[in-house]
Design a protein around this ligand. Structure first.
Ligand code: 13P
Length: 258
């Protein structure tokens, strides 16, 4: 059984004041603790993490980062270490988002180093994979996913306690309003889980949550979350408004564990 994880990736949006306002809007919308409530996560920009810490402490919402550096510390101007994130009580860190791969030269290899650093420092990585439109059209989706999984998890021991999360985010679905169909998502997620099974065994494959990301909205969330290998969502645009984020959380709650 895997509990759903509904995670918001705020990208480069919101200020401290807007973070506080979002929390004040979201928290009353959440149901009182119940076994079926999904894990809920917000990943704001680095400067907003202290505000998220303050606003979400003691609530059902966790907070995490959108990136980290692989080194523990040193002369890396502008970078943020795992230890810094831990000192703000972050629980998760997104690694290898396609925007970072495309615009900030992240590679499967740099992702592997960051995933290892995150895990050994006590943060749960959310490792992003996904194909471009050209790759899908060229029938290369599985090849790309396989390479991202093999190389990005090189030297990583995911374990059986679900510390590692993978997010399948087809690049063509991100911010376009054009989500993958639930059939496409399920096919990719099942393929990713099969890769994990081959390399790390059944128990690990069953423990790893695989989130779908790319234009997930209240209107398509239930259909996606119904699929057996879709264990939650990594949500960009629809996580910026408390109303739409809460609506997606409600869909996950209605479907509960699967
Ligand atoms: P959108 O939900 O805005 O398509 O963004 C998805 C995403 O990139 C989450 O990491």
């Amino acid at each position: 059984m895997r509990r759903f994880l509904i995670a918001g990736n705020w990208k480069m949006h919101k200020t401290v004041q807007e973070t506080e306002a979002f929390a004040a809007d979201l928290l009353p919308r959440l149901s009182a603790g119940s076994a079926s409530r999904p894990d809920i996560l917000i990943c704001p920009g680095f400067p907003l993490l202290a505000a998220a810490h303050k606003a979400f402490s003691g609530s059902a919402v966790s907070w995490g980062a959108q990136n980290c550096h692989a080194e523990a510390g040193g002369a890396y101007t502008g970078e943020v270490s795992v230890e810094m994130l831990k000192s703000l009580d972050c629980t998760y860190v997104i690694i290898g988002h396609s925007e970072r791969r495309a615009m900030f030269a992240e590679t499967n290899q740099s992702c592997a180093a960051k995933i290892k650093a995150a895990m050994s420092g006590g943060l749960k990585p959310i490792y992003c994979v996904g194909e471009t439109l050209e790759e899908r059209r060229g029938n290369l989706t599985n090849d790309v996913l396989q390479r991202q999984i093999v190389e990005g998890l090189d030297g990583v021991e995911p374990g059986v306690d679900g510390v590692l999360t993978i997010a399948y985010e087809p690049v063509w679905a991100i911010g376009t309003g054009l989500a993958a169909t639930s059939e496409m998502a399920e096919e990719a997620h099942a393929f990713i889980r099969a890769q994990l099974r081959d390399k790390h065994g059944e128990k690990t494959a069953e423990a790893v949550r695989i989130l779908y990301g790319g234009s997930m909205k209240p209107g398509n969330a239930a259909d996606l979350l119904k699929r057996p290998n879709v264990d939650g969502g990594l949500i960009g645009g629809a996580s910026l408004e408390a109303e739409s984020f809460a609506a997606i959380i409600s869909h996950a709650e209605a479907l509960a564990e699967h």
